[in-house]
Design a protein around this ligand. Structure first.
Ligand code: HEM
Length: 459
């Protein structure tokens, strides 16, 4: 056993032939990978953090890495490690029922769900605490789709709060060595909170299942489960919490970042208002559908540019996207050897700030992708907010890339259209808080305390 352990250790640290670029233990480090990636263009490199060595795959090798089967390169094991599922009780990534629901039902019926969302948008909105307001709005809209139109109000608060509490628990759990976490997790208050949320979620699922199905995720996922799990409300509650983590704050952050970008660059507000007017006039309709939202190409471009620069919550120096664990030895075409146990990532933020891919990368160019789409008929359908490729990885990559991105796209667009169309907004001058703040393991989030001036438009 000792020999096996030594072999594992040697494999992890000695036979790794790629450069070890950074040693840092600060989970909230803002140290950028960008200069490091530029130092080794096209090469695999690794970063050492308290989560252990993390290996970054450059875009030129993504194609072959993406194609590896789950038995060789596993998303589930990557998620288990990152979310510390054993200790936090985050839903087991081995169960894919909710992903199936998103792909089979949410994806196909997006127009129907868009209507539900649209009908429940408030007609009057005048707050300046932007992030909390958006959380309430998106939590309300997603709850209607996931839990059903008559969802209990407590679900809204649980779905908002759960993600923050989960990340707190993960943070503290990772302070302990892996071998003792099973014991020390009991002294961490945020792990107790997990149980409170899970209990609420179980109660909400049981209640939702007692009501008629309304195309919601609770009923659809329940149908897919084996008989012995159909009445396991804790299991299904955890699945709903997982869905909330995947969908809520990610989408809220996109909306916040886009609105902050628009407030900083009002010239795009004028362009988007004209585009909205044009589409509604052309369509001779007063309502939004999935089809006419797709005609808002300037807005789409602004959203993608915002995502490129601020990542909608997954912008990261050590990004969340494409987090995988190597289960079987891998040798890449450039000779790089990845031993089992290695955690691999795509350096999303570094790629999106690479001048050889995105010229003048630090500049917010709202029409960057709009202009790229105009280049040729083949480009017209590329470079969209939901498009992913080896240089755009903030929705992940390969067969496990975010299945909810089409829904997030529609949801965020409808809200931004509503806000831009009906409200004037601007930055609060004396508010000098940064827009991006670091949180667990080098991830970066939108600053939830940042304020915005908002007033209803007249005329
Ligand atoms: C703008 C908002 C969103 C962002 C930035 C985002 C980002 C991501 C990322 C980076 C991944 C990991 C993909 C990979 O590792 O290859 C992911 C996976 C996932 N996302 Fe999203 N997401 C968003 C919205 C949503 C929404 C609205 C839903 C639900 C409706 C959702 C459901 C999921 C699920 C279920 C997975 C796991 C897929 C799998 O394991 O196969 N996401 N998302």
């Amino acid at each position: 056993m000792l020999l096996a352990w030594c072999r594992k250790l040697i494999l992890r640290f000695v036979s790794i032939a790629y450069p070890l670029l950074v040693f840092h233990d600060n989970p909230c480090s803002m140290m950028g990978l960008t200069p490091l990636r530029l130092q080794f263009p096209g090469k695999v490199f690794q970063v050492y953090s308290r989560a252990g060595p993390q290996v970054f795959i450059p875009p030129n090798l993504m194609e072959e890495v993406k194609a590896l089967p789950d038995s060789v390169l596993s998303i589930s094991e990557g998620v288990r490690e990152f979310f510390q599922t054993e200790h936090t009780h985050f839903p087991d990534p081995g169960h894919q029922e909710w992903t199936l629901w998103i792909k089979q039902s949410l994806g196909k019926n997006i127009a129907k769900y868009a209507t539900i969302v649209l009908e429940s948008l408030p007609s009057c909105w005048q707050e300046i605490e932007f992030h909390p307001r958006m959380c309430m709005l998106v939590a309300n809209l997603t709850a209607r789709v996931f839990i059903g139109p008559l969802f209990p109000v407590e679900w809204m608060f649980t779905s908002i709060k759960y993600t923050g509490d989960l990340f707190k628990a993960i943070h503290y759990i990772k302070n302990f060595r892996a071998q003792v976490r099973f014991l020390f997790k009991y002294v961490i208050p945020s792990t107790w909170t997990q149980w409170k949320h899970i209990k609420t979620a179980a109660r909400v699922v049981e209640y939702a299942l007692s009501r008629p199905a309304a195309g919601d995720a609770v009923h659809a996922v329940n149908k897919m489960l084996p008989e012995d799990k159909k009445k396991d409300y804790v299991f299904q509650g955890r699945a709903q919490l997982g869905l909330a983590v995947a969908s809520l704050h990610t989408t809220v952050r996109v909306i916040c970042q886009v609105m902050f970008d628009l407030a900083e660059h009002p010239e795009y507000v004028t362009a988007i208002r004209a585009e909205i007017k044009g589409v509604l006039k052309f369509e001779d309709k007063k309502t939004w559908t999935v089809e006419n939202l797709a005609l808002l190409k300037k807005l789409d471009s602004v959203m993608k540019e915002s995502m490129r620069l601020h990542g909608g919550g997954v912008k990261a120096d050590k990004p969340a996207s494409f987090r995988r664990k190597v289960l079987q030895p891998i040798t890449l075409s450039d000779g790089t050897f990845l031993p089992p146990g290695t955690f691999v990532y795509a350096p999303t933020h570094a790629i999106s700030h690479d001048a050889s891919i995105f010229p003048d990368p630090l500049r917010f160019d709202g029409l960057r992708f709009y202009n790229l789409r105009k280049r040729s008929p083949a480009d017209a359908n590329r470079h969209q907010f939901t498009t992913i490729d080896n240089t755009v990885t903030y929705f992940g990559a390969g067969r496990h890339a975010c299945p909810g991105r089409y829904f997030a796209n529609v949801l965020a667009k409808m809200i931004v259209v509503e806000l831009v169309g009906k409200y004037d907004f601007g930055l609060v001058e004396r508010d000098t808080l940064p827009r991006d703040v670091p949180f667990e393991d080098g991830l970066v989030s939108v600053n939830t305390r940042k304020r915005m001036m908002v007033r209803k438009r007249v005329g």
